[in-house]
Design a protein around this ligand. Structure first.
Ligand code: ATP
Length: 202
């Protein structure tokens, strides 16, 4: 499975629909300062489920919506569509029944974000899990922002372990463990309540 295209609409400086075609091999994005190179990388993080505005260089998530310019009014929504070629059928289980995967994230002012995977509504965590299981995602170490190399060199062993875990394809297990722990806690609370009721009846 590999990324084949990103389509940005109303996302940051990309007000009109813009396609970034990702072909086999190396894709380079070049341009003058401020032309939107980092915005492209952020669009990729965002469609994969990034929820921290600071990582998107904004104060709130709606800051990703085109804010307007002298000649263009602000937009009401931003959308990023991520196309993936799955002809090798290596997509994670549950998403592996088509040669092509399309993930859409759209944010609308005062409404929030919505996701679709191959035309069907999806939850943020389904999308995050899809990419985590594919050994990538919004937090992927493969997305190298400015200053990241210096951070890596200075990183503590625990932070470096995260990189190895992602390379091993087990990042998705953490989210599943967290969900299992929450369910366990809920079950323990219910059991305690049952004990209370039994005690009262005895
Ligand atoms: P550099 O080479 O300096 O790192 P870059 O090519 O990576 O620059 P970006 O940082 O991706 O450029 O883009 C910055 C541009 O995006 C700025 O002109 C900024 O005004 C514009 N921008 C960011 N958010 C929005 C928004 N919500 N609406 C409109 N324009 C935006």
């Amino acid at each position: 499975m590999h990324f084949s295209k990103l389509r940005l609409t109303g996302f940051k400086s990309f007000v009109d629909p813009t396609d970034l075609i990702i072909t086999d091999g190396l894709t380079g994005v070049v341009g003058p300062n401020g032309c939107g190179k980092s915005n492209l990388l952020e669009a990729l993080r965002w469609v994969m489920g990034e929820n921290r505005p600071s990582i998107m260089r904004g104060g709130g998530m709606e800051d990703v919506i085109f804010a307007g310019a002298a000649s263009r009014p602000a937009r009401n929504f931003a959308e990023v569509v991520c196309h993936m070629d799955n002809s090798d059928r290596l997509a994670p289980a549950g998403f592996n029944d088509a040669d092509h995967l399309e993930v859409i994230r759209r944010i609308t002012r005062d409404v929030g974000s919505a996701y679709k995977v191959n035309g069907k509504d999806a939850r943020a965590k389904d999308v995050q899990m899809l990419f985590a299981d594919a050994s990538t995602g919004a937090h992927s170490q493969a997305l190298v922002s400015q200053g990241k190399i210096t951070d890596l060199i200075n990183a503590k062993p625990k932070a470096r372990r995260k990189i190895l875990e992602e390379a091993a394809g087990i990042s998705g297990l953490y989210q599943r463990r967290h969900e299992a722990e929450l369910k366990l806690k809920g079950a323990e609370t219910n059991l305690a309540r049952v004990d209370d009721v039994i005690e009262q009846l005895a």
